[in-house]
Ligand binder design. Sequence first.
Ligand SMILES: Cc1cc2nc3c(=O)[nH]c(=O)nc-3n(C[C@H](O)[C@H](O)[C@H](O)COP(=O)(O)OP(=O)(O)OC[C@H]3O[C@@H](n4cnc5c(N)ncnc54)[C@H](O)[C@@H]3O)c2cc1C
Ligand code: SF4
Length: 512
Amino acid sequence: MMAKTLRIILGDQLNSNHSWYKHTDNDVTYILLEVMQEQQYVMHHVQKILAFFAAMRNFAYQLTKKGHQVIYIKLDDADNAQNFEDNLQRIIKQEGIQKFEYQLPDEYRLDEQMKALCQKLDIETSYTDTEHFITQRYDVRDFFGDKKSFLMERFYRAMREKLHILMNGDEPLGDRWNFDADNRKKYDGKVALPDPIRFNHNVSELKVMIDRMGVQYFGEVDEQHMEWPLSRQEALQSLDFFCEHLLPHFGTYEDAMLQNHISLFHSRMSFAQNSKLVSPAEIVSTVLSHYEKHKDEITLAQVEGYIRQVIGWREFMRGVYWSQMPGYEEKNYLNHTTPIPHWYWDGKTQMNCLSKCIGQSLDHAWAHHIQRLMVIGNFSLLAGIHPDDVDAWYLGVYIDAIQWVEITNTRGMSQFADGGLIASKPYVASAAYINKMSDYCKHCKYDYKKRYGENACPFNSLYWNFFDRNAEKLQSNPRIGMAYVTLKKMKPDEKEKIMAQAETYLSDLNAL
Ligand SMILES: Cc1cc2nc3c(=O)[nH]c(=O)nc-3n(C[C@H](O)[C@H](O)[C@H](O)COP(=O)(O)OP(=O)(O)OC[C@H]3O[C@@H](n4cnc5c(N)ncnc54)[C@H](O)[C@@H]3O)c2cc1C
Ligand code: SF4
């Protein structure tokens, strides 16, 4: 007979294919907990809170339906101690539990908490893998060893070879590893933009509950029609929708931005993936088999572009996280200290690109990669915002933001706070790039062509100010040599005007 066992399922561990659930067992009880502890480590977007609670409740219901024993602690249960440890201690005592088991958390914070709890418990404890990722926690660390920079491209190619994905023997299919040169175009209206797939969840009762409990949050929600996939079935529907309607143009327009269409050809599956409703292996095999059947309408460039994100960037970022934590949270290579402007919280800035990207984030708890990287992240880096503030904002606002994937993208890729471990150069750009990839500048009070003077676009002067003020740390980087050549060649009075303009803007970011 098995010892009476309690197994905790964290909110981002909703993997119904986990081997835990292969058999039902009367001696095993699963527990899911809604706790204030998880609402308070950062202020979250309201849709993020509601989506996690709704998905957890549905997961618990599905497990019960399959005959598993489940304890579900709701946020407003009278005896909820509002943290994992006290609740678990109580249930263990109450139910006469002899063994406690958990799946390895993806966040360092929770990993430490589970370890500490197990040390305190006087019953048997054990942990197991989440069986979600393709790689193991420390694969990236072992792959790069003590290298100063971790090049995603190297890892990605090794993954393609190891998994034999899009390969022709030992060579990449199409004789190229990377189709970025064919991809990443501005949206030119040549193909119609599909409406994103939207689900229709009424989460009003949950909203009433979080309000009654005094949960602090920000952002908007249409609580009678929340649009995110919240179950495995909906995640699979999203995947099918993506393959059929979005994959054919994913790569071509992956970097394009539009003010009246929030997602273009992006899958918007990151919440479903990060809560583990669907696995990367399933996504990859579905996308590849769809491609096999539709080669007449989908090019290799589109598929490669997507596969790169899933087996490349996503697995890579997770591995970087585990190779760098806990120290990564403290990184601030460029010593940035400026507080985040208040308009990050309401989108009320006259810079149209930021107003649209932040506004969309507040309305939908989601923005696509280039909006996050080349508009909001770009501005944060140029303006020298403290990485702690930037992290807190990104970790709170996005529905898919869990620290392992948020901090590596934000502090690492976007803010260069790790000194170039992930990004071989800072992701900064002037207004020319934003104008090239979007229609934002056409509708802006600022002039994207001007570097100084009335209504000069702030991105331009801040761009040169960024390189100028960080010359000591950056000018030896061969990938950005050209910026320093241009800066050196600049006429002194021109440079003076640009720097003066930047100083004016930097002195009052809230006014922009
Ligand atoms: C500053 C910044 C912060 C970010 N924060 C997060 C975050 O908190 N959570 C998160 O999941 N992603 C984050 N990303 C990565 C990326 O922007 C999102 O994964 C993507 O926008 C999610 O939308 P989608 O599902 O439509 O993605 P698609 O464009 O359809 O891409 C497909 C999938 O690839 C994966 N992916 C793509 N790029 C990345 C990446 N750089 N890192 C990890 N996975 C990637 C995601 O799982 C995504 O669902 C961030 C990027 C930046 C620049
Ligand atoms: S002009 Fe400048 S601020 Fe305005 S949308 Fe373009 S890049 Fe953004």
